[in-house]
Design a protein around this ligand. Structure first.
Ligand SMILES: Cc1cc2nc3c(=O)[nH]c(=O)nc-3n(C[C@H](O)[C@H](O)[C@H](O)COP(=O)(O)O)c2cc1C
Length: 170
């Protein structure tokens, strides 16, 4: 599958089968995260791959009871160990994690797996559940697993509504 196909096929999956993810596939997906760019090449991401069923259930409970998350064979918990703020005023943690986690999402799609970005969760509960230190940001959760079908692609705005050239013309 080429990159554009993976971008087109990726969608937020909210229905997973219980089929486990092959180790080689998971390794390739995590390698895609490893190759992501990061500010100053800090590589500040840390990923906890949660496969234990009890922990998956508790993670889903801490994610606003989005129970579908626990059905995925793995939940990748994306954390950042950097509090560096760039000169432009943006903290790198969310940006670096977002890039690496989208690499994960696209690589998973190329492996016939599915994912969903999860931002609705209680970081304090995730932290105490998984033993994550206080100084580490818990940025995003991402269930990864085989899709059970039934998902659909969301609509997007037309390019002209969010792109302009040379000057701000919105
Ligand atoms: C930062 C971020 C946080 C999100 N959090 C959630 C979430 O907590 N629960 C959920 O079901 N979907 C979540 N989503 C998925 C979005 O709803 C979804 O990406 C959007 O509706 C577009 O649909 P698509 O991913 O299928 O193209 C999140 C997406 C992003 C990028």
């Amino acid at each position: 599958m080429n990159l554009y196909e993976a971008i087109r096929l990726r969608y937020s999956c909210r229905k997973f089968t219980d089929k486990p993810i092959e180790k080689e596939k998971l390794d390739r997906i995590l390698e895609a995260a490893r190759l992501a760019p990061s500010a100053k090449n800090l590589q500040d991401w840390r990923f906890i791959v949660v496969t234990d069923e009890r922990l998956r259930n508790k993670t889903a409970a801490a994610a606003n009871n989005q129970t579908f998350i626990a059905r995925a064979a793995a939940i990748i918990v994306g954390c950042s160990v950097s509090d560096y703020v760039m000169r432009c005023g943006q903290p790198v943690s969310g940006i670096d994690l977002a890039i690496a986690m989208e690499h994960i999402a696209l690589a998973a799609t190329a492996e016939s797996l599915a994912t969903c970005w999860i931002g609705s969760f209680d970081p304090g509960r995730i932290r105490s559940l998984l033993g994550i230190p206080e100084n580490v940001s818990v940025v995003e959760l991402m269930p990864v697993g085989y899709p059970a079908g039934g998902g659909s692609h969301s609509k997007r705005n037309a390019i002209g509504t969010f792109v302009c050239y040379e000057r701000w013309r919105f």
